[in-house]
Design a binder for this molecule. Structure first.
Ligand code: SF4
Length: 397
C-alpha cells in the first residue's frame, strides 16, 4: 500500500486512522504541485473528482504548491479547504504532533502507481501528471496509433519499482518565470549521511532503482557547506547493484562541473537518467528567463555526458510562448528538439505566475499563438519519439 510515509506517521501519531477507501475517509489530504499549467489543471481536475467521489460530509484539504502560487477554485462551502503552511495543516487536524516534526521522507514509486488507479486519502500529485502527459500525447499526435503503441511500451517500462529520495527542498536560483522559490523558499539540505542512510533503507526494502529528486540537484548543500558533486560521488560509491535517476539538474550546474562530471559518468553507469530542463532553444529567451547558460553550452554538456555514458537517458522540459518569443526564437527551439539529443521532451505553454518577474515583461504572446506553438512542438517531439523507438527496436543486438 502506498501512502506518503511522513504523512502516514503524522496521522498515526495524531490518532487518525489512515484508510485506502474513499468511501470511509472523513478527511482527504491532497498534496499538489502548481509549477506549470498542466499540473494546475490536473490538480483542479483531481479536486473536482474527489468532490464527486468523497462521502457527503468529508473534507478535502489541499496543500502543496498550488495554494501557495495559484488559486484553488473551491471553498469550504464545497468541502474544500486550503493549507499553505505546515501550521495550517496542524490547525486543520488539531494536531498535537506537528507535521514539520515527523522527519524526512522517501517515497517508494509504488505510491505513484497506486494513485493512478485508486483514490487514497493522501496523495502525492506531481507524479500523477505522468499519466496526464501520456494521455495528452495520445490525443495530440497526428500519428496517434504509432505513439499509442510506443507509449504503451514506454509506460510498461516505467512500472519498475523506484525509491524516491528528496535530497533538499527549495531553490536559490532566480529564473524569471518561476514561483517555486516563493512557495518553497531557499535551499534546505539533508546531510549526506542521512541521504546515504535512506539509500540503504531502500536497498533493504528490496529496491534497486532510486530517484534522486529536487528542484536542482546542483544546489544541494548550498545551505550547509556540502557540495552536490560530493553527494554524487558518495551515492555512486555504494557498492551495490543499484542505479539512480537525477531529477532535476540545472544545465548550468552540469556545464560548470563538466570537468568533474564527465569522468564520473565514464567511470560509472549507475546514473541511468538525468532530467535537465533546457527550456528554450533561443539564447535571447534563455537570457530573459535568467537561466544562466547558452543553448550551445547546454548542448555541448549533454553530448559530453552521453559520450561518457551512452546508456544515459536525457529528459528535458521546454516552455513555449515566453513573453516576446518570436517565430525565429521558436524555430530555434524546434531545431534544438529536432537534433535528437533528448530521449524524452516535455513541453508546456508559458503561464504567468503572480509575483514573478516574467509577468511584467512586455510583448506577451497570445494564447492562440502559444497553443499553436505548443502543438507544433509536441508534434516534433512525438515524431522524434517514434523515430527513436524504431531506431532502438531496429538496432542489431
Ligand atoms: S531552477 Fe529555476 S525553475 Fe527550477 S525551481 Fe529553481 S528557480 Fe524555479
Amino acid at each position: 500500500m502506498g501512502l506518503l510515509r511522513n504523512y502516514r506517521r503524522y496521522f498515526d501519531l495524531n490518532g487518525y486512522v489512515v484508510t485506502d477507501s474513499m468511501a470511509c475517509a472523513d478527511y482527504i489530504l491532497l498534496v499538489t504541485c502548481g509549477t506549470n499549467e498542466n499540473r494546475v489543471k490536473f490538480a483542479e481536475h483531481y479536486i473536482s473528482m474527489l468532490m464527486r467521489q468523497k462521502k457527503k460530509h468529508a473534507k478535502i484539504l489541499v496543500t502543496g504548491c498550488l495554494p501557495k502560487i495559484g488559486v484553488v477554485p473551491y471553498s469550504p462551502d464545497d468541502g474544500v479547504y486550503v493549507a499553505k503552511t505546515h501550521q495550517d495543516i496542524d490547525a486543520f487536524f488539531s494536531a498535537k504532533v506537528s507535521v514539520g516534526s515527523v522527519g524526512s521522507y522517501h517515497l517508494p514509486e509504488e505510491i505513484y502507481r497506486d494513485t493512478f488507479t485508486q483514490a487514497y486519502r493522501v496523495y502525492e500529485l506531481s507524479r500523477c501528471t505522468r499519466f496526464c502527459l501520456s494521455r495528452n500525447i495520445l490525443v495530440n499526435l497526428w500519428g496517434r496509433l504509432l505513439v499509442g503503441f510506443y507509449m504503451g511500451l514506454y509506460r510498461k517500462k516505467r512500472i519498475e519499482k523506484k525509491y524516491t529520495i528528496i535530497t533538499h527542498e527549495g531553490c536559490n536560483n532566480q529564473c524569471s518565470y518561476c514561483a517555486v522559490r516563493f512557495a518553497i523558499g531557499n535551499v534546505r539540505s539533508k546531510s549526506i549521511q542521512d541521504i546515504i542512510n535512506e539509500v540503504h533503507a531502500g536497498i533493504q526494502a528490496g529496491y534497486k532503482d532510486f530517484i534522486i529528486s529536487s528542484n536542482d540537484f546542483g544546489q544541494y548543500g548550498a545551505d550547509n557547506g556540502t557540495r552536490a558533486i560530493d553527494l554524487l560521488e558518495k551515492l555512486l560509491s555504494i557498492d551495490r547493484d543499484i542505479c539512480f535517476d537525477l531529477i532535476y539538474v540545472h544545465p548550468k550546474w552540469l556545464f560548470d562541473n563538466r570537468s568533474k562530471l564527465v569522468p564520473i559518468f565514464s567511470r560509472s553507469d549507475k546514473i541511468r537518467l538525468v532530467a535537465s530542463s533546457i527550456q528554450s532553444g533561443s539564447n535571447r529567451i534563455l537570457g530573459l528567463m535568467r537561466r544562466g547558460y547558452t543553448v550551445e553550452s547546454a548542448r555541448e554538456q549533454f553530448r559530453d555526458l552521453k559520450r561518457a555514458c551512452p546508456s544515459l537517458k536525457l529528459v528535458t522540459q521546454i516552455i513555449v510562448g515566453f513573453p516576446s518569443e518570436t517565430e525565429e526564437d521558436f524555430k530555434a527551439t524546434c531545431e534544438e528538439v529536432r537534433r535528437g539529443d533528448f530521449d524524452v521532451v516535455f513541453c508546456y505553454p508559458f503561464s504567468e505566475k503572480e509575483g514573478t518577474d516574467a509577468v511584467v515583461l512586455p510583448d506577451k504572446i497570445s494564447a492562440v499563438v502559444r497553443k499553436r506553438r505548443l502543438r507544433t512542438l509536441k508534434n516534433i517531439v512525438h515524431l522524434q519519439q517514434v523515430k527513436r523507438f524504431f531506431k532502438e527496436k531496429c538496432r542489431p543486438t
